[in-house]
Structure formats: C-alpha cells, structure tokens
Ligand binder design. Structure first.
Ligand SMILES: Cc1cc2nc3c(=O)[nH]c(=O)nc-3n(C[C@H](O)[C@H](O)[C@H](O)COP(=O)(O)OP(=O)(O)OC[C@H]3O[C@@H](n4cnc5c(N)ncnc54)[C@H](O)[C@@H]3O)c2cc1C
Length: 590
C-alpha cells in the first residue's frame, strides 16, 4: 500500500482496501460460528457485560417537538394493528416496548464511597456483583463518537439488565419510527467541501480478485442506496445497484462507511424483530419469514451492510485485545477478584478469536487525505447527532438497544481511529459503558448473521415446497418477454422441423396441423404445394430468428448464472434460475 494511495483516501480503491478487507461473506459466517460461543458466554454470564447504564427517561428528543404528534413517544407511535384494543394487554405494542426487570439508579459519589461493594443496594438482585456493574468514572472525552451517556447533569441514568430486555419485536412502527430512520439517513449528508476535488474524483482502481469484488460489492451499494430506494418505490424494476460510471464522483469512503454503519444497524434491528417476532393475535413468539423476506431478503445490499458492520466490529475488537491484555490494571469488577479475572479471561477469549482472521478492514485509509481532520470532525458530529436521535425513539426497549448499538459503533470507531493515532500517542481509555456497548453490539451482529442463515434456509425450503408468489410473478414476466422476443420452443431445436424433400412427398401426419386426410385428398397438387411452401417458409423464419436470438439468449443465461454464482460465493440468497432446458413438445411444432 503506497503512501500516495493511502493519502488519496476518498478514492474508493477496492484494490488497496481489499488488502485489509479481504473477508468474504462466508469467511465472516465461519468466524461468527467459531466466535459465537465465546461472545455469548461473555454477554450472558458476566455481570459486567449483561448490565448497561443508560439515560432512557430524562432526555427529550432534541430534533422535533415531542408534543405535536410527530414525536417518537410511545403515545404517538402508530400502532400496527387496527384492533389492538381487542387483544390482550400483554401483546400490545404499548406493553411490549416497556422495560422489564429491575432497574437501579446511578449512585451518587457518597454512596459509591460508603458502599463500594453494594453501591446499588441490591436493587438489581442479590446475586449481581454490583462492583462489576457500576460505572465509577463519569468523565467525558471529546474523542467520543457518541454522546456519552453521562453527559446530562440532570440524570446519570439507570442500570438495566440486558438479558431481561432482549432486542425483539415490540410493535413500534409507523410515522414515529419512520421519522427517526429518515433523520438518521439524512445525517449522511456530508458537506461537499469535505470532499476535495482531487481526492474524490476519478481514479478507480479496478478490483482484481474475488476478494476485491467482495469489498467493491459491499462498498458500491452504499452511497446511492437512498436514491435508489426512492426510485424503486415508483418503479419496482429499478436495479438495486445502479452503475452510472460516476459512482465515485462525489462520494468518498468515509461517507459510504457512515451510511453502511447506519444501514447495517437498521438491518440488524430488522433481523431481530423478524426472528423474535410476536404474532399479536395468537400470542406466539416465532420467526416470521415474511417479515424477513420483505425487509431483508429482497434487499441483498442491506444484508451486505450487516456483514460490513460485522467486519468493522471484528476489526475493532481484535485491535482492542492487546490494549486490554497489556493494561493489566483495567478492572472490570472492583470488589470481586474472581469475577474480575473471569471477566477478563472471557473478554480476551473473544478478542483473540476476533484477531484470528487478519486483514478484515483497513481503517488507515480513512481520514488520511488533506481534509482528513475536518472530515473526521464532520463524521464524529454526525455520529453524535445519530446518538441524540435515539432520544426520539418512542419505545423504551427500542431506545435501549438503539442507544446501546450507536454507543457500540461509536466505541468501535473510537478504537479504530483514535488508537494508534499519532495525534494521541496515549490511547483513550474506553469507559465501561463503551466496552459493554461494543461487545453487546458485536453479539447482536453475530446473532443477526446466525438468524439470517436460518431464515435463508427457511426461504429455500419454502421455495422447494411450493411455487412462491414471486416465482409466479417471475414466470409471468418470462412469458411476457417470450411473447415479445418470440423464441418458440421449435426455434430452439430446429432439427425437429421436418421439411419434405420434394413437394409431392407426403407429409407425416404428425406435422399436418390437424388437417384431416379427407380434406388433404380434396386439394389440388398446386394447393398442396403452396401450403407446404408456406410452412417451410414459416419454419425457415423461425429457425433464422432462433439463430439470430441465440447469442442474446446465451448471453442472458451466462449473466444470470454468473450472478447466481456470485450470490452463492458471497453468501447471499441465490435467486431462482431464470431458464431451463426442455424437450420441445411435438404438438407445439408449427
Ligand atoms: C432506533 C430504532 C430502534 C428500533 N428497535 C426496534 C425493536 O427493537 N423492535 C421492534 O419491533 N421495532 C423496532 N424499531 C422499529 C423498526 O425498526 C421499524 O421502524 C418498524 O418495524 C417499521 O418497519 P417498516 O417496515 O415500516 O420499515 P422501517 O424499518 O421503519 O424502515 C423505514 C424505511 O427505511 C428503509 N430501510 C429499511 N431497512 C433499511 C436498511 N437496512 N438500510 C437502508 N434503508 C433501509 C426502507 O426504505 C424503509 O421503508 C426501532 C426503530 C428505531 C428507529
């Protein structure tokens, strides 16, 4: 990686990036399978990582007025079912979104000093090691990518159990939710001055290997996604990824990464709510395949973004490992040596496994051009705005996980861009909240990857069992296309056309188009000859048309097969085959 290339960081240079981003989808799936048990162990069985401090109730949405009905409060979130009042209370969105389990207020400095081992006075339960849960240092750091949870002087937030509040379907939807997502994607509007002409235009290095293609595919979809989404609403046939030839003109890697982080987070939330879905009329929690198909399966680039986030966080966690093991004095649990040692061992088990796949993401390519520092500042401010937007989310559980995940990505970006940084030779210390958020966000992504694998299996099974509506639609389209291009079966197999060697030679009854023997006998030889000649001409035209159309047909088949191979290679759902070999039906001939 030459310095020149690195400095030209706004050029998406798949080749140079792929040096550090050569993880294919299947590699990430394998890594996830390998690392999941350690991540689950860490986030499920340690007090440190299973509790989170968050200010959920004392912040107002800073971007729009909560009271005018456009807010994200549960009161104005549109409920999904018309007849919600008819269903039992426990299945209603208003209930599903509430926090469960015990909650403990952040203790004041005095309580922390007086009762260092029980500062929360047992409010989270008798078995919880409170010295692992309480956050002692409240200092903010301007290198943070997220609004630190302790920013507000009014409230220091509450400690809640993450295990008691799994991220799943809550019924939160409608205008409130949409407004938050819209505002999040609007943050991806970097000032144009952030992208100097020299750094943003032109030179695109063509990807060379499959790994380069992987990364290019991941990066490509990002910047124009929103426009495409809008276009697609009017015209469903708009492609997912438009190739305009100007792809790199006004977008740089940083902007794409920002978009991908948001879209990947959105995809992960969607995956969890579809996987842990409540049928509000039967009260059954179960995976909802339709939910998955409509939100993710039909949008491979959203799934790509999810994988991208997984790669990003894997890199951050791998990078964090040496810092955590070097800083022996980092204490997870002040008052419990055994738990402290056990927690450290579990964290290191995760960081070591994360480091087992090197070259996943090369953060050194970001913020390295002339405008680097201001672009970084812009990036950080936008990220902070997204953090603040979480206060506009109108469902407690969604807000909890939304805040945790933005804090998790913020912590990952801090590790990627502030550690090993010549401006800050001393790496910033990660606060407890950031560590908990980072590892739990990683756990969320891993669980999304796993759920997507299972969903994909379900879709394949369903497709094998019956013709899905999509397939039907697809076949209808093919029929329409065939009508236009008129490539009849017989044209594909011209040798089935029987041309008599002489006009007088009798034509086999199989090829007479239903004409009866009697009628044939009544015809004069001339009429017989003309009819036969017409048939020959017709057959000839069909054959010629078939031959002319053959290269196009073969080209379409090759493209469709390459596309399917590519989808298989990068681990995306493979689209159904668009063609099949068939024996021509003789009845259909002429
Ligand atoms: C921060 C936050 C956390 C949430 N947490 C939960 C939760 O835990 N449980 C729960 O049940 N609901 C949760 N919700 C609500 C949930 O995300 C959806 O908003 C809701 O289910 C309605 O979905 P929808 O189909 O209208 O589309 P939405 O998911 O609201 O999406 C809105 C639009 O964004 C675009 N879009 C969708 N996905 C992507 C993507 N991955 N990348 C790019 N663009 C995309 C599409 O154009 C879509 O129409 C949360 C909402 C927010 C804002």
């Amino acid at each position: 990686q030459s310095q020149d290339e690195a400095q030209d960081s706004c050029v998406i240079s798949p080749k140079s990036i792929v040096g550090d981003a050569c993880a294919s989808f299947s590699t990430l799936d394998r890594l996830n399978q390998n690392i999941r048990p350690a991540v689950n162990d860490l986030t499920h069985s340690t007090d440190f990582f299973s509790h989170y401090r968050v200010n959920l109730f004392h912040k107002r949405c800073p971007f729009w007025n909560d009271e005018n009905g456009m807010c994200g409060n549960i009161a104005c979130a549109v409920e999904t079912l018309d007849n919600e009042k008819d269903i039992p209370l426990v299945w209603r969105a208003s209930e599903l979104g509430k926090l469960e389990g015990p909650r403990a207020k952040h203790p004041g400095k005095r309580a922390q000093k007086e009762r260092p081992l029980k500062p929360l006075q047992g409010k989270l339960g008798d078995n919880v090691g409170e010295s692992c849960v309480v956050e002692y240092d409240d200092e903010c750091d301007d290198r943070d990518y997220c609004v630190p949870e302790d920013e507000s002087a009014a409230s220091k937030g509450d400690y809640v159990s993450l295990l008691r509040n799994p991220e799943r379907y809550t019924g939160y939807a409608g205008d409130g939710a949409r407004q938050v997502w819209d505002a999040i994607y609007r943050e991806n509007c970097f000032q144009r001055s952030s992208f100097p002409h020299a750094a943003s235009l032109g030179k695109t290095t063509k990807p060379k290997g499959p790994a380069a293609m992987d990364f290019k595919a991941v990066i490509d979809a990002a910047g124009r996604q929103q426009n495409l989404e809008q276009q697609r609403q009017q015209n469903p046939l708009t492609p997912f990824v438009a190739k305009t030839g100007l792809e790199y003109e006004d977008e740089c890697l940083e902007k794409r990464v920002f978009y991908k982080v948001m879209s990947g987070m959105h995809a992960s939330i969607s995956t969890h709510l579809c996987w842990d879905f409540l049928n509000q009329t039967t009260g059954q929690w179960q995976p909802n395949v339709n939910c998955y198909v409509n939100r993710l399966h039909k949008f491979p680039e959203r799934i790509s973004n999810l994988y991208f986030n997984y790669a990003l966080l894997t890199r951050a966690i791998a990078k964090l490992g040496p810092y955590l093991s070097r800083h022996e004095d980092y204490t997870f649990c002040m008052g419990d040596r055994d738990q402290d040692a056990a927690t450290r061992a579990k964290v290191l088990a995760v960081t070591e496994k994360a480091a087992s796949v090197p070259h996943i993401f090369d953060e050194s390519l970001m913020f390295t051009n002339g405008e680097g520092p201001s672009l970084k500042e812009d990036f950080r401010n936008r990220f902070r705005n997204v953090s603040r937007l979480m206060d506009c989310v109108g469902c407690d559980k969604c807000r909890l996980w939304g805040k945790l995940q933005t804090a998790g990505y913020g912590a990952a970006l801090k590790v990627l861009f502030e550690f090993d940084n010549s401006e800050n030779p001393e790496p910033p210390v990660l606060k407890r909240t950031e560590l908990v958020a980072l590892f739990n966000t990683y756990a969320r992504l891993g669980s999304s990857l796993e759920a997507i694998q299972k969903f994909r299996g379900m879709v394949e099974e369903a497709e094998a069992a019956e013709v899905t509506p999509d397939q039907k639609k697809f076949e209808e389209r093919i029929k329409e296309a065939e009508k236009i291009n008129v490539i009849p079966d017989r044209a594909k197999k011209p040798h089935h056309v029987v041309v008599p060697s002489s006009p007088s030679e009798p034509v086999s009854s199989e090829h007479v188009d239903g004409e009866g023997e009697e009628e044939k006998q009544d015809r004069t030889v001339k009429e017989e000859f003309e009819a036969e000649l017409q048939r020959v001409m017709k057959a000839f035209k069909i054959v010629i048309r078939g031959y002319l159309g053959l290269p196009g047909l073969l080209w379409n088949i090759a493209i469709s097969e390459l596309n399917r191979l590519w989808q298989f290679y990068i681990g995306l759902p493979v689209s159904p085959r668009t063609w099949r070999l068939e024996r021509p039906s003789l009845n259909d001939e002429l």
